[in-house]
Design a protein around this ligand. Structure first.
Ligand code: GAL
Length: 360
């Protein structure tokens, strides 16, 4: 039995198999934690979906029991979630009104690289599934963000951007700033890649997704049943190219971590604070401190990892755990997990310090 965390090392489940729940998230429900994540296979093929979303359960956060595949990929080659699609960063939240477990994830369609930029939805009655795939979409079609500008609504600027649509694929570039990517996706829905979910104290849930070719992050309110977007959203951190976002709340303030946008390679983490989840957000800088001796990577490379989620330990007021992934794109199944505690340094700020081993 484990009684501590060992960031970056192999993490064996109850069957002595390295946990297979990458880009994941943790929820607490009726006395147990559930960890959902991408099931990866060996080799670089493991970067596409071949199995589905894996779920584990635990009562102490150190020892995890394999609960199997919560959302299996579809055997139907015409399904959006077929083999060779991309299913990333699955997150599950519980809706106490409908008593359903609701999963959202980043979906890319088979054979289309990362061009589809969609979000997928699946629902279950039990935390371990089986989850039923419902649909995918680009969020908020026909809705402007609360902080839209008149320029973004200008039909000429929308048309000019639509005509250049192919120019924007391929990552970070300055040219995105000269075009109206938001406007170009107004009718069809906004692009949605790396994502997370957050449920506020009042039960309202939010979908946080890298949009506009990953240049700008959207934070969007979900409907009361968590099964759709309400059309209420904001653009945040424009042209800061943030991925892997996670939001948590402490003493009435909202906190945020994310990465930059460099694919599987590590980069410098970001953090931010806000009084309202829909913003405005104030950036706080890189929260990471220390060096991972396994790869000699320090705070400027997030210990060789990329953020994935933050959750609060049940019943422990100031105990929040930040989850990161060390990706192994050449052998995806070997990706490692880095879980570290969040330390609050003053009213508004926090740190995430490397630890070789630690316990709650
Ligand atoms: C990362 C992202 C991962 C995955 C990867 C693909 O930036 O956070 O979830 O999409 O790119 O290259």
């Amino acid at each position: 039995m484990l009684n501590s965390f060992h960031p970056g090392e192999l993490w064996l489940d109850n069957q002595d198999v390295h946990i297979n729940a990458h880009g994941g998230g943790v929820i607490f429900h009726e006395g147990k934690y559930y960890w959902y994540g991408e099931h990866k296979i060996g080799g670089s093929n493991g970067n596409s979906a071949h199995v589905g979303v894996h779920v584990y359960s635990s009562s102490d956060l150190y020892n995890w029991q394999d609960e199997g595949i919560a959302l299996p990929i579809s055997e139907d080659p015409d399904s959006e979630i077929c083999k060779w699609s991309v299913i990333e960063r699955p997150k599950v939240i519980y809706n106490s009104k409908t008593q359903k477990f609701v999963m959202w994830f980043h979906l890319e369609l088979k054979g289309q690289g990362y061009h589809a930029a969609r979000t997928g939805l699946a629902v279950a009655d039990s935390p371990t599934g089986p989850f039923q795939y419902i649909k995918s979409m680009r969020p908020n079609a026909g809705h402007w963000p609360l902080n839209v500008t008149p320029e973004q609504q200008d039909p000429e600027s929308i048309q000019r951007t639509i005509e250049q649509a192919d120019k924007f694929f391929g990552g970070h570039s300055i040219k995105h700033e000269d075009y109206n990517i938001l406007g170009a996706h107004f009718s069809g829905g906004q692009m949605s890649r790396d994502m997370n979910l957050f449920v506020d104290d009042d039960g309202c849930a939010y979908h946080i997704y890298s949009s506009e070719h990953n240049a700008t992050l959207h934070i969007s309110k979900l409907t009361d049943d968590y099964l759709d977007h309400q059309g209420i959203y904001t653009r945040n951190f424009p042209f800061r190219w943030m991925e892997a976002a996670a939001i948590f709340k402490r003493k009435g303030k909202y906190y945020f971590i994310a990465s930059g946008c460099t694919g599987w390679d590590p980069n410098t983490a970001r953090s931010a604070v806000a009084d309202s989840i829909l913003g405005p957000w104030t950036e706080l800088g890189n929260p990471c401190v220390g060096v991972n001796p396994q790869n000699n990577m320090g705070p400027e490379l997030t210990f060789g990892a990329q953020s994935t989620d933050v959750f609060q330990v049940n019943g422990k007021e100031d105990c929040y755990i930040a989850m990161f992934d060390i990706w192994k794109p050449k052998n995806a199944i070997d990706g490692r997990y880095v879980w570290l505690p969040i330390t609050f340094t003053d009213e508004d700020s926090f740190e995430i310090k490397w630890q070789t081993s630690w316990s709650i």
